[in-house]
Design a protein around this ligand. Sequence first.
Ligand code: FO1
Length: 305
Amino acid sequence: MILALAGGVGGAKLANGLAAILPPERLVIAVNTADDFEHLGFPVSPDIDTVTYTLAGINDPVQGWGIAGESWAFMDAVTALGGESWFRLGDRDLATHVRRRTLLRDHSLSAVTATIAGALGVRHAIVPMSDDPVRSLVRTDAGELAFQDYFVRHQCRPRFESIRFDGADAARPSPGLAAALADPALEAIILCPSNPILSIAPILAIPGVRDAILASPAPVVAVSPFIGGQAVKGPAAKIMAELGLATTPAAVIAQYDGLLDGLVIDRADADGATSAMFVTDTLMRGAADQRRLATETLDFARRLR
Ligand code: FO1
């Protein structure tokens, strides 16, 4: 069994590659929920939806979030009524949020996520990192901002000083994540090429998760989200620079602080690669790249076992 930890776009792509080569019973994808917030009265789980829509084959690959070919009648109507329009829910995406709102009255986020994914035809297990609320708060030169305020409303413009995961201390790993970590058949733990600070750190901040990964005999392999020192998408490189951190393979290893047995890096970063690194093309342009990188990552992890 393979456990993948994922955030948004990059994580969803590798998770999709893993899902293409593994049967459903051999993969658990645990997803960051610290970006979640309530908007227009709806519970929004951006990374869960990005992973779900990607595995369902309905994601918008250009935008990086939401559903391909969306219509925006709902948003246009909300805007015309003077409502908030800085964070946009497409019409079909809105249906996901209506369903999540309704189902969350009686069910956990884990159960709701499984129900929505199943209805969209996804057969692999997508689980939230926790069913308890954890919220990223970003300290910036414009004050402390809720994550989506920083990310979308302010377009990551304020200078990033630090991040904290409110609620993480009291959060428990979701049943799916806890079961995967305790599974004696766990073969590898893959840290997908998501932002280490924004997307993977919140998962590792849940009490017990980091220790369980360290204690697991399964090899732990990350895929670097950087290519030639740049992030493929998103503000990871800008944030690392503002924190005074490099975007090199060594910096990714340091960021994970003793957790990794191996790191998959791009050819553009191959200078100085060590035996704990596997060098390949990490840019995933489509399904074939996702599948190839997933295969190479698992083969590399198997060799480390
Ligand atoms: N990102 C934006 O930049 N603008 C948006 O209006 C926006 C809406 C949105 C709606 C649903 C959803 O699941 C994601 C959405 N995102 C939007 C993306 C989201 O802010 C980020 O992808 C993650 O939080 C970072 O991983």
